[in-house]
Design a protein around this ligand. Structure first.
Ligand code: OXD
Ligand code: MN
Length: 596
């Protein structure tokens, strides 16, 4: 067929703003040679048709319609189950602009490499054009993009994860600018797989993977890597953070933005159910977002945040009625499950859900524990945020929500106490920059290895971390009313290797202390690493903690922190002269205090 004819057939939005989009679609079609071109309008009818097609060709498998109406299972290629950080590149003219935190390739070389992979790759396939908006469609903080893909699974997921279709196209037409994302699953060959970012061109090219983090280009590629670059130039922040509202019994709500590395419980914290006593007293928790936060200073000097996403792409294993009942309710219908196991009754299943034994594992084999977990450790659900019982009405507010506290956290089996508060913004930026965490299954590679993951942005910052730290520091300016910054560690282990803190809903106790600190109502002990609560500063009614847990969760290990700060100093050195002096000074000030 003549692809170009289809391209222009869509042009029912006359006027010049869509000319650039039409030209790009025509250029991509000429390169990739699809059999058909489909412009996605995001309608129910379109979704029904695509779903029918995917059920017919096995891309989606039906699940039990009684227990999980309108829900489907997708099994990916077994070698395509996570993000591929070693194949993810930031392509800037100068390698230093991408920084030591990114893999770098010269833009011309990267384009040539990718265009060779894309050449003719959509023969026999349909090219889908997906206009989308990240953030509420009428918010000044939102940004639009267009993803071109040959994967109907990507279309179905993008429809859940973004505001996709006609309204986004109308906004693009109005604004004239959009991020260009080109994606093909190719042959799903790990040797022909690359995720390339061109921040100066606001462009992304992703080939060879259908996995969410590599293929749903609105998410990590646009809303974090490209957006972080845009945010630096436009004076805002694009962060790997959940946003949660905590409403006290007086009906006042504080919004908290919290950065944790992938698969460290952001979804659980965003959907937290208060412990019984708190519920009875009238505490409520509102979910604004579970993964990404865009914030910018408002006229009153506070930071206002939106969740650019419209859905959750959550980790399934460990999600249960006790760990996250809100998530379980959210995914009881209209959900796409990827790489989970299934029971005899065709219900989705994963480790930690319940005590049943599944029939088939994530690869569709008869379940045999000798083959490893039944569900892939990075198996996922994709679901609209609107289905979440705790979804905040404020999540759709074009102005965003005011942020009272920023929280950084990692998986640290040792040293790091349950919670501490940074002395001021500069110290808080150092706390974020120094974040460390043990790696998880969300990316390919070894699991459980401690690595520095500043602000949980190691895989997602689209430019040099040194410049990113400077950008963070720049928010401390006249008139700013910045949130307080805290660090938490839900993952501290005791001598027996077991977690010392119960986590989940009980984390509200820690958030309550933070809110009281924000309001100037709670005490803390001053230490070189920041302000630590004593156990009695938290409401621990009904929590049974051992003496060891008390000591380790609320204690301060000077010798251990001396070694940690030496490591942080070395880490900052990796960014050389570009590292902001204020951050180096802060590290040295604390290291000196630790030495006495
Ligand atoms: C995610 C991730 O999918 O961080 O959110 O990998
Ligand atoms: Mn994430």
């Amino acid at each position: 067929m003549n692809a170009a004819i289809d391209v222009f057939k869509r042009n029912e939005f006359p006027g010049s703003s869509l000319a650039a989009l039409n030209a790009w679609v025509a250029e991509v079609a000429a390169l990739t040679q699809p059999d058909h071109i489909h412009w996605c309008d995001g309608s129910d009818a379109e979704n029904a048709l695509l779903t029918k097609q995917m059920l017919a060709d096995g891309t989606l498998l039906p699940l039990n319609p009684e227990t999980h109406p309108h829900s489907w299972l997708h099994r990916s290629s077994p070698s395509d189950v996570a993000r591929v950080e070693h194949l993810t590149f930031v392509c800037t003219a100068q390698p230093d602009d991408a920084g030591p935190n990114n893999h770098w390739m010269a833009p011309a070389e990267a384009h040539a490499k990718m265009d060779a992979l894309f050449a003719g790759c959509m023969r026999g396939r349909t090219l889908y054009v997906i206009p989308y908006c990240m953030g509420p469609i009428d918010s000044p903080l939102s940004r639009c993009g267009v993803e071109i893909t040959d994967s109907p699974y990507v279309v179905a997921n993008m429809r859940i994860m973004t505001r996709m279709g006609a309204p986004a196209l109308a906004r693009i037409e109005r604004e004239g600018t959009f991020v260009k994302g080109l994606h093909s699953t190719g042959e799903l060959d790990p040797d022909r797989r690359f995720i390339m970012h061109f921040p100066d061109e606001l462009a992304i090219k992703s080939f060879g993977s259908g996995y969410g983090g590599n293929a749903l280009l609105g998410k990590k590629c646009h809303a974090l890597r490209i957006a972080s670059h845009q945010a630096r130039h436009e004076g805002w922040l694009a962060e790997h953070m959940l946003i949660v509202g905590i409403e006290n019994p007086q009906g006042e709500t504080h919004y908290i933005a919290a950065a944790f590395p992938s698969a460290c419980g952001k979804t659980n914290l965003a959907m937290l159910i208060p412990p019984e006593g708190y519920r009875q007293a009238g505490w409520k928790v509102w979910t604004v977002g579970d993964d990404i936060c865009w914030m910018r200073p408002g006229a009153d000097g506070r930071l206002y945040a939106i969740n650019p996403e419209a859905g959750f792409f959550g980790v399934a294993p460990g999600t249960s009625d006790s760990s996250n009942p809100n998530a379980l309710a959210t995914i009881s219908h209209h959900t796409i499950f990827t790489n989970v196991a299934v029971t005899d009754e065709q219900e989705p299943w994963w480790e930690g859900l319940d005590t049943r034994t599944p029939a088939l594992d994530w690869q569709g084999r008869k379940y045999d524990p000798a083959n490893g977990p039944a569900a892939h450790p990075n198996s996922r659900f994709t679901v609209s945020a609107k289905q979440c019982p705790s979804y905040s009405a404020k999540a759709e507010d074009p102005q965003g929500v005011p942020i009272s506290a920023i929280v950084f956290g990692g998986r640290r089996a040792s040293l790091v106490p349950l919670v501490f508060e940074a002395r001021d913004w500069t110290h808080g930026v150092l706390v974020g920059a120094a974040m460390g965490s043990e790696t998880t299954a969300a990316a390919t590679g070894a699991v459980g290895v401690m690595r520095r993951d500043p602000m949980a942005m190691k895989p997602f910052c689209g430019y040099n971390f040194a410049d990113y730290f400077a950008h963070w520091l720049s928010f401390d300016r006249a008139g700013a009313k910045l949130p307080k910054i805290f660090h938490v560690n839900w993952f501290r282990k005791g001598g027996d290797g077991k977690f010392l803190w119960p986590g989940f809903g009980e984390n509200l106790r820690v958030l309550e202390w933070m809110i009281q600190r924000v309001e100037g109502k709670a005490d803390a002990v001053e230490t070189p690493i920041g302000h630590l609560p004593r156990a009695e500063d938290l409401n621990l009614d009904g929590v049974a903690l051992s003496d060891e847990a008390h000591d380790l969760l609320f204690g301060f290990d000077r010798a251990g922190w001396q070694a940690e700060f030496a490591g942080i100093g070395e880490y900052l050195q990796e960014f050389g002269a570009r590292t902001p002096q204020a951050l180096k000074d802060e590290q040295q000030r604390i290291a000196a205090r630790l030495a006495h």
